[in-house]
Ligand binder design. Structure first.
Ligand code: NDP
Ligand code: MG
Length: 390
């Protein structure tokens, strides 16, 4: 029986993880869970899965949840320290890192330092803390399983050893991208895109922020950086290919010309279950892939003119140091401003570029530097947006 701590339980990845737990109660038990402010959803989770400890984002949310869970034997807490504590607790074997954004970094690091199996959905934590994150994984012997579907596919397409997948004889990584809802739109049409349109992903059902990132291709930019840290490569070793059907989740190209791909219907339960059961597999209730029905798989090059975020991410990687934390923070602020209709869709990439090249980039000597860069970038990004200076 594996004890699971589910960080971000009320989100899209959270829900899919709960589905896998519910399908295999003989193998998994929800021990701890967290959410930010979704009290009702969390109350339902508590009543159904009976976790030991639950952490919310504020005292108010905590009080409300206590009322809804009176009579249940669950400890309800709030705040950063409690979040870090539930991720490191005895009895937790695996930690699903599925908080949205930079906020996921601290609890994920806490889980790493406690030597847990890390199921990494929260790409922003790896993108921003990069080398430090990977160093901590090595130092504490944590097993890191990528949950992002592309990285999970790459992991599955690499040779497996007892301690994980290894990069051997690899020529190139081929990272697929759906292209999002505006793949074939003109720049002119993309000017007036609404948040509702941007959240309406053609293939995947996801949280708001990652849906916007997918539409702007910033998600692929973050994933490019994520792949570089996970698989010890540079952006030059990664080819991004747009594949609108989202059936091939990514590929590894080998020195001899062989290409190994992982395919499946676009449902996050597949990579989640793989991470939870690796090196074994379990059923997921995802319908089997019907290639005859799909008929045709398409591939095309990404258009960097209409989607400059992808290129910005590669530039941030080569700039190094805090550049990736800066780009991530700028993007989190820009996406929030777009959702509040303060800026247009195409402005997201403009703000990102303005902020990335408007900040000092420092070497990442400690985590403190990353947190400081995140904080000062947010301030600068808010200023840039308020002044319309992009
Ligand atoms: P959602 O927005 O659906 O869920 C986010 C979760 O994080 C919720 O439980 C939310 O709580 C919690 N949360 C939000 N803000 C904070 C905060 N400041 N502090 C603590 N908790 C917070 O996101 P997704 O599930 O879509 O994505 C989660 C992560 O997984 C992201 O990093 C995303 O990039 C990554 N990912 C997601 C995929 C997907 O298919 N959805 C695919 C690949 C990666 P509350 O409900 O209370 O707000
Ligand atoms: Mg992905």
């Amino acid at each position: 029986m594996q004890g699971i701590c589910l960080l971000g339980a009320t989100g899209s990845i959270g829900q899919s993880t709960l589905d896998v737990i519910a399908q295999h109660p003989d193998q998994f038990k929800l021990v701890n869970a967290s959410a930010h402010s979704s009290v009702k959803k969390m109350a339902e989770i508590c009543h159904r899965f009976l976790p030991e400890r639950v952490v919310m984002g504020s005292a108010e949310a905590c009080d409300e949840l206590r009322e809804l869970c009176s009579g249940l034997d669950v400890s309800i807490e709030w705040g950063d320290q409690a979040l870090e504590s539930i991720a490191a607790q005895d009895g937790v074997d695996q930690v699903m890192a599925a908080i949205m954004g930079f906020a996921g970094l601290k609890p994920t690091l806490s889980a790493i330092r406690a030597g847990k199996r890390i199921l990494l959905a929260n790409k922003e934590s790896l993108v921003t803390a990069g080398q430090l994150f990977m160093n901590e994984v090595k130092k504490h012997g944590a097993v890191l399983l990528p949950i992002d579907s592309e990285h999970n596919a790459i992991y599955q397409s690499l040779p497996q050893t007892a301690t994980g997948a290894v990069k051997k004889d690899v020529a190139k990584i081929i990272l697929t991208a759906s292209g999002g809802p505006f793949r074939s739109w003109s720049l002119e049409d993309m000017k007036s895109v609404t948040p509702e349109q941007a959240c309406n992903h053609p293939n995947w059902s996801m949280g708001q922020k990652i849906s916007i990132d997918s539409a702007s291709l910033m998600n692929k930019g973050l994933e490019l950086i994520e792949a570089c840290w996970l698989f010890d490569v540079t952006p030059d070793d990664v080819e991004v290919v747009v594949h609108p059907e989202s059936i091939v989740h990514s590929m590894v190209s080998y020195l001899d010309g062989s290409v190994i791909a992982q395919m499946g219907n676009p449902d996050m339960k597949i990579p989640i279950a793989y991470g939870m059961t690796w090196p074994n597999r379990v059923t997921t209730q995802v319908p089997p892939l019907n290639l005859v029905e799909i008929g045709c798989l398409n591939f095309e090059a990404p258009d960097l003119q209409r989607f400059p975020n992808l290129d910005l991410a590669a530039k941030a990687w080569y700039l190094g140091g805090t550049a990736m934390a800066i780009l991530n923070a700028a993007n989190e602020v820009a996406v929030a401003a777009f959702l509040q209709k303060k800026i247009g869709f195409l402005d997201i990439a403009r703000v990102n570029e303005r902020v990335l090249f408007g900040m000092n980039i420092d070497p990442v000597e400690s985590l403190n530097v990353v947190f400081q860069a995140d904080l000062s970038t947010r301030e600068f990004a808010h200023h840039v947006i308020a002044q319309g200076d992009f």
